[in-house]
Design a protein around this ligand. Structure first.
Ligand code: SDX
Length: 393
């Protein structure tokens, strides 16, 4: 037994670290954040309450929540000079390329005053990141479409403020649609943390050397961008658009099964879940709710539902335990609420920032934590002598 759960010895040898934040049972399709099941959190909490939970270990009561929300809103603006940083990028840069740059650049604005050995300084860095990521994310979108940056509004909810910064324009009032706001908040919750995934492991490895937390988050953003990881939501929607109709699904399913074809069904499969991803279940229900409440008939949802039905009945996918994952439905919801595909992974990064920074804080607070140093099996050339240049053949 290890903590409250028992692990088979084989698993223990593969575990890279101990953590109290998130528990996943891939075979049973269980995801807990500090002991709370993800579907109950999505139903009965909001994203900022989940941030409080991940950071402190408990869900907040009303007084704690109000104080936390007020503290988060204190850092929502970014240094005005960061707007010039955006202008150094081409307008058609992928917003994830911009986010890698500007998140890391926060180090240049807050590095000097930050002593990561001081728990209070570490906490301030965490609040700055939770507060500023939506602002930076919305700025990366506004910059890409040539519209002016919209300042944060601290009177709005976390999700409402993000939507306002994304879609408001100076010359018109923008009203946040409560259905869209709720769906956005739920997407943030479902992407908040996920144990030692590639991007969180990148943040922990970067942080293990004592690097600045903003630079560590930039490492997480870079890792998340890959289509095998957080880039899958953008890739999944592009795949659904390429398939285009239910009639063309069998051709793509055949390609996904063909060993010689690199094509994979984006949004299917998972490194850990060999059962249904519990987040995908919540995302699927949210997807139907949003499309129904916004009265949107998206043909891509029809393709997605038929693709899911075929994949879940096809022995190839069933035997390989390839179920829809969190990225399968999120793209359809984001598209329905007006988010462009280029921003899908940026939103994943925004939501995952709380997970990244909580793991970084957990590692920094552990006196036993040491620099990460994975080892390897050397498969190269055996020892040999260096000949002077004139003697080499
Ligand atoms: C995320 O780690 C996390 O927690 C990540 C994440 C998080 O919240 O941080 O959950 C977010 O990244 C979700 C995953 C999003 N990625 C995708 O949807 C991209 C498509 N999926 C695949 O690239 C793949 O499933 C991975 C990368 C997710 C997992 O890759 P693995 O570990 O190689 O998958 P596996 O070992 O379970 O594969 C078993 C077999 C393999 O074939 P064989 O070698 O046994 O013959 O299934 C095949 C794979 O080739 N396979 C697929 C497939 N995924 C795996 N075949 C077709 N389509 C797929 N999507």
């Amino acid at each position: 037994a290890h903590g409250y759960f028992t692990y088979d010895p084989g698993f223990l040898s593969t575990a890279s670290c101990e953590s109290k934040i998130t528990f996943i049972d891939g075979d049973a399709g269980i995801l807990l954040h500090r002991g709370y099941p993800i579907d109950e959190l999505a139903q009965n909490a909001n994203y900022l309450q989940v941030c409080y939970l991940l950071l402190t270990g408990d869900l907040p009561n009303q007084e704690q929540y109000d104080a936390f929300r007020k503290r988060v809103t204190r850092h929502t603006m970014v240094h005005e000079q960061i707007t010039s940083l955006f202008r150094a990028f081409r307008r058609d840069s992928h917003p994830m390329a911009v986010m890698c740059g500007v998140a890391g650049a926060l180090s240049a604005f807050y590095h000097d005053s930050l002593d990561i050995n001081d728990p209070r300084h570490r906490e301030i860095a965490a609040y700055r990141l939770i507060s500023k990521m939506p602002t930076l994310a919305a700025m990366s979108y506004k910059y890409s479409i040539g519209q002016p940056f919209i300042y944060p509004r601290n009177d709005l909810s976390y999700a409402g403020n993000f939507l306002h910064m994304m879609f408001a324009i100076p010359c018109e009032e923008y009203k946040v649609n409560p259905v869209v706001e709720k769906a956005m908040d739920r997407i943030f919750i479902l992407h908040a943390d996920h144990e030692q995934n590639a991007s969180t492991s990148s943040v922990r490895l970067a942080g293990s050397s004592g690097a600045n937390p903003f630079a560590c988050i930039a490492a997480g953003i870079a890792s998340l961008w890959g289509p095998a990881h957080g880039g899958a939501n953008e890739a999944c929607l592009k795949m659904l658009e390429e398939i285009g109709s239910v009639e063309r699904i069998p051709h793509y399913v055949a390609r996904a099964k063909d060993k010689d074809d690199p094509f994979r069904l984006m949004g299917f499969g998972h490194r850990v879940y060999k059962n249904y991803d519990p987040r995908a279940t919540v995302m699927r229900n949210t997807c139907h709710q949003v499309l129904q409440e916004l009265d949107i008939k998206d043909p891509l949802l029809e393709v997605a539902m038929e693709l899911e039905r075929i994949a879940l009945s096809d022995p190839y996918f069933v035997d390989k335990k390839l179920y829809p994952n969190v990225d399968f439905y999120s793209g359809i919801i984001l598209k329905a609420i007006g988010i462009p595909t280029s921003m899908f992974t940026v939103i994943f990064a925004l939501a995952r920032t709380i997970g990244w920074i909580t793991h970084w804080l957990e590692m920094q607070a552990d006196p036993a934590s040491r620099i990460g140093r994975p080892r390897q099996l050397y498969m190269g050339t055996p020892t040999r002598t260096v000949l002077p240049l004139e003697q080499r053949k």
